[in-house]
Design a protein around this ligand. Structure first.
Ligand code: SF4
Length: 455
């Protein structure tokens, strides 16, 4: 396959950058709507809000729109719950032609009443989809009416799919959460307390992280939204610090909480030994007046790395010199992945994200080696082109990137919503190295058309 023949679409050139020597400034176009016809890998506004709110497990989630929108996001994250599992049910008003002509408000009202009576949730989230933006249903009025009648918070999520980028969906989700925050009692919350933001408890990751902080003597008031509970969210304004991981999705919430409740926030990442350790140390230093917290953090880091690092050496030996391509939702995760891959001897030849901003790409450029391609809001053709051209042995992405890797005959590691094994925390770094090793070194590649026929 001659990859030179695969050209970039006109209008996409500004969102693709190759690091070359002598270049000082990166001015990659980003934060913009996807180019029509480019078949972007990026999800819609509605999907953005759905992924953020999905793990709130004791609320019902109703997709107001045609059934396709609900099907698209049904059970969208591998977010697990330690209790109720209402989040895994994808309710929809299933709008049809007659509803589009005459309006869907009555149907939404009836659905809400029926579902609240049947499931007794602690709250309800109502998602607006594209069609609602077109027909103009007043979902706020329906939510207000039901909230009054049933006595639980009923939150509209204004996430009409066409009205922006996936990031606007994150913002709509944060606006809905903000309506809940501040409505609960803060009694019993310690001075040494945090909220974990942007952690979605995929394969139980929030439990791992929570345990580290609790061992350090820090109270975790709410996790947003992994293993999320309405009551915890309502009292989360009582925490002393917000610790934000998936910064793309939750920074706006952290900023609003800072403005309204004076809670400062810090960005962290739980992927890789380096960033995981830093996340514990940074929080410990914030609570510096209590030195035992830092001592405990050092102990955890020491014990965990001593346990997992030697185990990983066999993976590193086999993977040293292999090349990886990364295409994930938020750019912040890319930084951690680059460091984690270096820990196991691998380099990165392609790095991209769906929702990165100019600062993210500037930092990415600094971290990447010469020749690395950086892409914003990419599509399957571009990803295939660069994976082949750069000779990547592995693609790290999500469910939509998996077929690209397998068709090209390269290994794949799912680092998105659907993953079934925890990749966060110290144990997560070990799992990540094992997963990469098993995929890249799999004997199956002897029988597959390696890299589209390129040897
Ligand atoms: S909200 Fe619009 S873009 Fe999103 S899944 Fe529904 S129809 Fe598609």
């Amino acid at each position: 396959m001659d990859t030179q023949k695969i050209s970039l679409l006109e209008g996409r050139e500004k969102q693709v950058y190759e690091k070359k020597s002598g270049q000082t400034e990166v001015d990659i176009a980003c934060d913009t709507t996807s180019l029509s016809g480019s078949v972007s890998q990026r999800a819609c506004v509605f999907c953005g809000s759905r992924v953020v709110l999905y793990p709130v497990a004791d609320a019902i989630h109703i997709v107001h729109g045609p059934i396709g929108c609900a099907a698209y996001t049904w059970d969208i994250r591998g977010a697990v719950s330690s209790g109720p599992e209402l989040h895994r049910l994808s309710f929809s008003t299933d709008l049809g032609e007659m509803d589009v002509i005459f309006g869907g408000e009555k149907k939404l009202y009836r659905s809400l009443i029926e579902l609240i009576d049947q499931y007794k949730p602690n709250a309800a989230f109502i998602y607006s989809t594209c069609i609602i933006g077109l027909i103009g249903d007043d979902i706020d009025a329906v939510c207000r009416k039901v909230e009054k009648e049933k006595g639980i918070p009923v939150m509209p999520v204004h996430s009409e799919g066409f009205k922006g980028t996936k990031k606007d969906g994150y913002k709509a989700a944060c606006t809905a959460l903000m309506k809940l925050i501040g409505t609960g009692s803060t009694e019993g919350i310690s001075k040494y307390s945090i909220n974990i933001l942007g952690e979605f408890n995929l394969a139980g990751e929030a439990w791992i992280i929570r345990e580290y902080y609790e061992k350090m003597g820090i109270q975790v008031v709410a996790t947003m939204t992994g293993d999320g509970r309405i009551d915890a969210i309502r009292r989360s304004h009582g925490a002393s610090l917000n610790v934000v991981q998936c910064s793309g999705s939750m920074t706006s919430l952290a900023k609003e909480m800072e403005e309204k409740y004076g809670i400062p926030f810090m960005r962290v990442s739980y992927f890789g030994f380096e960033d995981m350790s830093k996340s514990l140390y940074d929080v410990a230093q914030y609570f510096g007046e209590k030195p035992e917290i830092l001592e405990k953090a050092k102990e955890i880091v020491h014990d965990e790395i001593r346990h997992y690092y030697p185990e990983m050496q066999k993976f590193k030996k086999a993977l040293t010199g292999k090349k990886a391509a990364i295409y994930v939702g938020g750019a912040f995760k890319t930084f951690s992945l680059i460091k984690a891959l270096r820990t196991i001897g691998m380099s990165v030849v392609l790095a991209g994200s769906q929702t990165g901003n100019k600062d993210d790409y500037r930092r990415l450029k600094e971290m990447c080696e010469e020749g690395t391609v950086i892409v914003d809001d990419s599509n399957p053709v571009e990803l295939s082109k660069f994976i082949l051209e750069k000779g990547a042995d592995l693609l790290i992405g999500g469910v939509k990137e998996r077929p690209i890797a397998f068709k090209l005959g390269v290994g794949f590691c799912d680092h998105n919503h659907e993953r079934k094994i925890p990749l966060a925390g110290f144990v997560g770094m070990y799992n990540f190295a094992k997963e990469v090793y098993e995929s890249v070194m799999s004997p199956v590649w002897q029988f597959a058309p390696r890299k589209g026929g390129i040897k």
